[in-house]
Ligand binder design. Structure first.
Ligand code: ATP
Ligand code: MG
Length: 418
C-alpha cells in the first residue's frame, strides 16, 4: 500500500502564493518603517528556557497557564517554543551584556510564535508576529513614538482606515494597588455572577477580569470602577503626556479603560489597534509599557515599551482591502533551436543583472514556450532563432500590445530595465 499523504499539524498552515505575498508585504513594510525610526532588527531563538516565559509573562497569564508548547528535551531541560518575543528580547538584552550601557536600545523583530489555542480565522497555533521594543526609556515620548511607528506601518500597508487605536493606562504601582482594591470590592459583591475563570482571577489577578471574553463578565464590567478614578497625580500626568504626544504625531486615539493586556508585566500605557473587519479576532496590534520585565530576566531596572502585531491578521486586512501584492511580471526569453540556447541564457542573465525578472523555460518549441509566457503574464518575449543569431539580434515582442521589433542583443537589457 502506498503511504498516505500527510497533513500539516492542526493550527499550522502553509503559506503559498497570494498568502505568502501578503505576509511578506507585512513583514517587509514593518521592517522598512521601523528602520526609519531607528529600530535595529534582532533575531532571538524560537525556543527558550521555560523560565524566560513563566517569569516574564507571569504564571497566571492565559499564555503561561494554558497556551505554551512546553517539553522536556533529551537533556532533561524544560524548553518552551516562544509564545511571544518580548520576554526573549529582554532575556537577550541581559545575556548579551547590553543592559548596562547604550540604552535606550530600539529593537525590531519578526518571526513565528507558538500557542496552543483553538484554531479559527486569525488565530493559529503557529502564527507570526512583528514587533518593536524600546528598552531603557522611561519617557512618555517613547510610548507615543512606538505607537506612531505602528500606525505608520499600518498607513504604509494601506489598512489604517480600518483600525482604531484604543489606549489606556494601568498606572504606576500605587495606582494599580488602589484600583485592584476597588475592583475586588466591586466584584466581591457580584461574585456569583462571575464566570468560573473570573472567580479564580478575582483571587489571583482581578485586573484580568477586565480582559474576559465571557458575556456575563462583560455585562458586569459596564458598571465596574475604572483606573482613571484611582490614578496618582504622577501616573495621570504620564498618561496625559502620552496622549499629548500622540496628538502631535497625528495618531487618532480613543480612551478605553477596559484594556489591560493579557500579560503580567505591564504598567502605565496599554494599547490596542482594533478592527471590526476580522470578527472575534479584532486586535491586530497590541502593546504597552513594561517596567519590570528586564529585572525578571536578571538585569537592572530597565523601563521599556513596545508592541507586537499579528502578521496573519494584518495580512487578512490586506486581503479584505484588495491589497494583495501582484506577482512581478517576467520577461520570457525564448530560444528557437539548439544553437540559440546558450546566447538566450546569456540574455536571461543580463536581464536579471539589470533588475528585470526573466524566465527561460527548460524545454519546449516556440509554440509551447509562447503559451507558457502568456500564462505567466509575461510583459514581453525575447525570441532568438538561427536568423537572429546570425545577425546578433533578437525579436522583442510586447505581449500586451502584440507588436514586435528587431533589437541588437546587447541592447535588450537596456530596453527592458525598469
Ligand atoms: P487575543 O486576545 O486575540 O488572544 P492576545 O492578547 O493573546 O490576543 P498578544 O499576546 O498581545 O495577543 O499578541 C499580540 C498580537 O498577536 C495580537 O494582537 C494578535 O494580532 C496576534 N496574535 C496573538 N495570538 C495569536 C494567534 N494565536 N494567532 C494569530 N495571531 C495571534
Ligand atoms: Mg490570546
Amino acid at each position: 500500500m502506498p503511504p498516505t499523504a500527510l497533513q500539516p499539524v492542526r493550527g499550522t498552515r502553509d503559506l503559498i502564493g497570494e498568502e505568502q505575498r501578503r505576509h511578506q508585504r507585512v513583514v517587509d513594510t514593518a521592517r522598512r518603517i521601523a528602520a526609519l525610526y531607528g529600530f535595529e532588527e534582532w533575531a532571538t531563538p524560537v525556543f527558550e528556557d521555560t523560565r524566560v516565559f513563566s517569569r516574564g509573562l507571569g504564571d497566571t497569564s492565559d499564555v503561561v497557564s494554558k497556551e505554551m508548547y512546553t517539553f522536556t528535551d533529551r537533556g532533561g531541560d524544560s524548553i518552551t517554543l516562544r509564545p511571544e518575543n518580548t520576554a526573549g528580547v529582554c532575556r537577550a538584552l541581559v545575556s548579551n551584556g547590553l543592559a548596562q550601557a547604550g540604552l535606550p536600545r530600539k529593537v525590531f523583530y519578526a518571526g513565528p510564535m507558538f500557542r496552543y489555542e483553538r484554531p479559527q480565522k486569525g488565530r493559529y497555533r503557529q502564527f507570526h508576529q512583528i514587533g518593536i521594543e524600546v528598552l531603557g526609556a522611561a519617557e512618555p515620548l517613547a510610548d507615543a513614538e512606538c505607537i506612531a511607528c505602528g500606525w505608520h506601518i499600518q498607513q504604509e500597508l494601506g489598512i489604517a482606515e480600518g483600525t482604531v487605536l484604543e489606549v489606556n493606562t494601568l498606572g504606576d504601582a500605587e495606582s494599580a494597588a488602589a484600583y485592584r482594591a476597588a475592583l475586588v470590592a466591586y466584584f466581591a459583591g457580584h461574585k456569583d455572577r462571575l464566570s468560573a475563570d473570573s472567580q479564580v482571577r478575582l483571587e489571583k489577578n482581578p485586573l484580568r477580569i477586565l480582559d474576559s471574553k465571557d458575556a456575563g463578565d462583560r455585562a458586569l464590567l459596564t458598571e465596574a470602577p475604572t483606573i482613571f478614578e484611582h490614578l496618582t497625580p504622577a501616573a495621570a500626568a504620564f498618561f496625559e503626556a502620552v496622549t499629548r504626544h500622540l496628538d502631535r504625531f497625528g495618531v487618532p486615539a480613543r480612551r478605553n479603560p477596559r484594556i489591560v493586556r493579557g500579560l503580567d508585566y505591564y504598567s502605565h500605557t496599554a494599547f490596542e489597534f482594533v478592527t471590526d473587519r476580522l470578527g472575534a479576532q479584532g486586535t491586530v496590534m497590541a502593546g504597552g509599557r513594561y517596567d519590570g520585565l528586564v529585572e525578571e530576566m536578571g538585569g537592572p531596572p530597565t523601563p521599556s515599551v513596545g508592541w507586537a502585531a499579528g502578521v496573519e491578521r494584518l495580512a487578512l486586512l490586506l486581503e479584505a482591502g484588495g491589497l494583495t501584492p501582484a506577482v512581478p511580471r517576467p520577461v520570457a526569453v525564448i530560444p528557437v533551436g539548439e544553437a540559440a540556447e546558450g546566447p538566450a541564457l546569456d540574455v536571461a542573465q543580463a536581464l536579471r543583472r539589470a533588475g528585470v525578472v526573466a524566465e527561460m523555460a527548460y524545454k519546449g518549441n516556440l509554440k509551447r514556450r509562447m503559451e507558457r509566457a502568456n500564462r505567466s503574464g509575461a510583459l514581453a518575449a525575447v525570441i532568438i532563432g538561427d536568423a537572429e543569431l546570425a545577425e546578433g539580434v533578437a525579436q522583442l515582442r510586447d505581449l500586451d500590445a502584440g507588436t514586435q521589433e528587431t533589437v541588437p542583443l546587447a541592447e535588450v537589457p537596456g530596453r527592458l530595465a525598469p
